[in-house]
Design a protein around this ligand. Structure first.
Ligand code: FA5
Length: 346
């Protein structure tokens, strides 16, 4: 039985080798490959027959079958190379073939500007010892609102129109829900950023989208100061914009920080003269921030007498607009490759 199978495999190898060496073109070669090596091919069938051999004979037959399979594979590869060489040779002597004709242009991809800036921000903050965290876009009411000191009756809930899901969850309206999540997940002190997509049921215009990107930053320490927060915000902006930009700081109200600030940037699209992006004001709201409210620290399981923190919620889509002087936020989600290809690097 073993001898018979070994002989059968030898003959199979020989037959395959003969057929492959005389295969006239790539198509014929592919058919032979399927006939001999395919799932229903001759070698596979022979291997199945091994199951009927005595257990002691199976390794010998298995070794032989592998040898034959390798032999056929090598023969096919070598014939394929020689057919390809013949084809090129024929082209070289073909008077109609012009090697100087331009080839069809292949599209080269480019990273989306939001991705480029996100990566840049991640680099800047990683260098300052920040963790990079990722939190869900489908959130609970608790993390998006209550945990951030925004109970159901609070008028601040109306500041961010929400997409509610039928199961009681919601699409996060900002990246701030990560604050309480991070405090519960990591031991203080710690520092982290969490970039991501956020959603608001909003009217869309040159500077407002229903889906846009933010980056949240959170630093929990024993004695944190507003000065430290403002310094970090300035480093962030100058590193990312790679140029000096005029900013202004004014008090801002967010229930989850106290005190809270609005950091605006002079509109980089119109140079502060007034346009659709800055609503003719010359300024763009970019980077609200503040010291973490004691109630939020409590929800995160931290004692406000012992721990303090600062947080910011950068409008990443707007920062991208400022950096590249994009005159309408709708370009970012347009999916238009002509737009994205402008950011091809190198
Ligand atoms: C917030 O979302 C707060 N969570 C930010 C925060 C975090 C404050 C931590 C304090 C501490 P606001 O709704 O202002 O705040 O949004 C933050 C930024 O997102 C804005 O300054 C703006 O740059 C950007 N933004 C807001 N709405 C839109 C929109 N519809 N389209 C594009 N960008 C927007």
């Amino acid at each position: 039985m073993l001898e018979q199978l070994v002989q059968q495999l030898d003959e199979l190898g020989q037959r395959a080798d003969d057929a492959v060496t005389t295969a006239g073109d790539e198509d014929a070669l592919r058919k032979l490959e399927i006939r001999f090596l395919g799932k229903k091919g001759a070698v596979t069938a022979a291997m199945k027959a091994m199951g009927k051999l005595a257990p002691g004979d199976r390794p010998v037959a298995g070794k032989k079958a592998n040898e034959v399979r390798n032999l056929i594979t090598t023969a096919i590869d070598s014939r394929r190379s020689s057919l390809e060489a013949d084809r090129i040779q024929r082209l070289c002597v073909d008077p109609h073939f012009d090697a100087t004709l331009p080839t069809p242009r292949r599209g080269v991809g480019a990273l989306h500007p939001v991705t480029l800036i996100t990566q840049h921000i991640e680099d800047v903050f990683r260098a300052m010892g920040f963790h990079l965290l990722d939190y869900p876009e489908v959130e609970t009411e608790f993390f998006n609102f209550d945990g951030l000191n925004i109970p159901a009756s609070h008028p601040a809930r109306d500041m961010q129109d929400t997409f509610w899901l039928s199961n009681g969850l919601l699409l996060r309206t900002h990246t701030s829900p990560g604050q309480v999540r991070a405090m519960r997940e990591y031991d203080a002190p710690f520092r982290a950023i969490f970039p991501g997509k956020v959603y608001r049921f909003e009217e869309v215009d040159a500077s407002h989208e229903h889906t846009f990107h933010q980056v949240e930053g959170l630093m929990i320490e024993r004695d944190i100061s507003v000065a430290n927060l403002i310094d970090s915000m300035k480093i962030l902006l100058s590193e990312i914009l790679e140029r000096e930009a005029t900013i202004r700081l004014r008090p801002g109200y967010f229930p989850f920080v106290e005190p809270g600030f609005e950091l605006d940037i002079q509109c980089q699209v119109c140079g502060g003269k007034g346009c659709a992006v800055c609503k003719r004001s010359g300024w763009v709201e970019l980077l609200p921030c503040g010291l973490v409210h004691p109630n939020v620290l409590r929800h995160g399981g931290l004692d406000p007498d012992e721990w303090s923190g600062w947080a910011f919620g950068l409008g990443l889509s707007r920062l991208v607009m400022m950096k590249y002087q994009i005159e309408d936020i709708r370009h970012l989600l347009s999916g238009d490759l002509r737009f994205i290809s402008q950011f091809r690097q190198g």
